[in-house]
Design a protein around this ligand. Structure first.
Ligand code: ADP
Ligand code: ASP
Ligand code: MG
Length: 403
């Protein structure tokens, strides 16, 4: 007998028919004698709908109340799935975060799971019941309802797998696994059979939302192998695990993109020591994450332009902080929201020379202008005009043999 976490995402539980279908998958797993802990997301679109409602009340909706509001999505699916299982004679029970409890720390809407009481759930598993836990939420030490960030049910599943010491953690979703790029955007994308935690972490952080990045971080930290597979087909999924077990025949494993970045340029900054520190220190204090930085060579030896990227949501705050800071002098600040970040990721890049120039050459062949660049050992990202995104992904996918 093995103990498993099965996590079902939003599309997988998007309608009552789909919830009934999920119940059948669970029944099959139960009939094999497995102990099952199920983690559910809210029905597809529900969390967005709740956020929209909150915005109708206030653009700056209170974060404590936001967590109370958003956690309702997962509450609905937990109960519906439990009902669907009971209906087909599978013993099942749902719990809310505070009944377990799932303890979190950190601020509202962005908390982290730090512990889970295993007692009641383990008892129920011993009585041959299927335990249904809500993803994405918890309760703070002060007894406040919390949520753990968008896409957070993945992180809930991994935390539960760790704390309950389960034999496996299976992430059921609406695609067959992790692909070389988003299969819904690029149909020639190929399913990846196995991928390392490190590569998956880069892909998720760079925009591949099939797995949430903090879930991968936890899986990496505690070596919890994951399997991503489809709720709707029986095809083999993708295994995510540690690097030693993977053979890298290709330099590039996947291409990711995101459209949540923006480029800011400060024109006419004084060219003297300490200026960059004066600019980036207040941003860092305000928890604004600066990704790529480019400083132009000054032509007059007196002033220069500094370009950097931040998350799109942070643009107005960034500009305001720079404007309010009396230590920074400049001519003008401009920004461009219509940019996208396209990245190639691959552990094989370390041992393959020439990947960087091949990427740049490919983009130039497509007449795509590179606005900023950043690299790490296993990834290379560029900022380009948003309109060029699809063209860039297609080209990179082809030249790195991923089609
Ligand atoms: P769930 O609701 O099951 O958590 P998500 O919508 O969060 O599912 O993630 C699945 C989606 O991720 C897919 O429908 C796909 O469009 C998108 N996606 C982006 N990049 C990739 C990739 N490299 N491989 C697979 N899916 C990807
Ligand atoms: N329902 C939450 C969201 O949409 C969590 C999740 O689906 O993983 O972000
Ligand atoms: Mg998701």
């Amino acid at each position: 007998m093995v103990k498993k976490v099965l996590k079902f995402g939003g599309t997988s539980v998007g309608t009552s028919e789909r919830i009934q279908h999920v119940a059948k998958i669970i029944k099959k797993e139960r009939s094999l004698g497995n102990k099952i802990i199920v983690v559910v997301s809210a029905m597809a679109g529900k969390t967005n709908e709740l956020i929209k409602l909150s915005k109708e009340i206030s653009e700056e909706f209170n974060k404590r109340e936001m967590d109370v509001l958003l956690s309702s999505g997962e509450q609905v699916t937990s109960a519906l799935l439990s009902g669907a299982l009971t209906e087909i004679d599978v013993k099942a029970k749902s719990w809310l975060n505070w009944q377990i409890p799932i303890l979190t720390e950190g601020e509202h809407t962005n908390s982290r799971i730090i512990n889970i009481n295993v007692e009641k759930i383990n008892e129920y598993l011993d009585e041959n019941g299927v335990a249904i836990l809500p993803g994405f939420q918890g309760i703070s030490q002060k007894g406040e309802i919390t949520t753990i960030g968008r896409g957070g049910s993945d992180a809930s599943a991994v935390a539960i797998a760790k704390i309950f010491n389960t034999d496996s953690c299976e992430i059921y979703t609406d695609v067959d696994g992790v692909f070389s790029t988003d299969p819904n955007k690029i149909p020639v994308a190929k399913k990846i059979e196995k991928i390392s935690y490190d590569e998956m972490l880069e892909l998720s952080s760079l925009g591949a939302k099939v797995m949430q990045s903090s879930a991968i971080q936890t899986a990496l930290m505690y070596d919890i192998p994951l399997e991503v597979k489809s709720t709707f087909t029986e095809r083999k999924g993708t295994k995510i695990f540690s690097q030693e077990n993977i053979d890298y025949s290709k330099s590039v494993t996947g291409v990711a993109y995101s459209k949540d970045d923006a480029k800011i340029t400060i024109i006419g900054v004084e060219d003297k020591p300490g200026v960059a520190a004066n600019i980036f220190e207040p941003l860092s204090k305000a928890q604004i994450n600066v990704d790529m930085v480019i400083q132009n060579i000054s032509s007059d030896q007196k002033t220069t332009d500094i370009t950097f990227t931040v998350k799109r949501d942070d643009v107005s705050r960034t500009k305001q902080i720079l404007k309010d800071d009396s230590e920074i002098s400049y001519k003008e600040i401009i920004h461009n929201n219509k940019v996208a970040k396209v990245s190639i990721v691959g552990a094989g890049m370390v041992s393959t020379p020439g990947v960087t120039y091949r990427m740049f050459r490919a983009l130039s062949d497509e007449k795509i202008n590179i606005l900023a660049i950043s690299t790490s050992e296993i990834k290379l990202s560029v900022i380009i005009e948003e309109d060029d995104t699809l063209k860039a992904i297609k080209k990179l996918h082809t030249i790195f043999d991923l089609d």
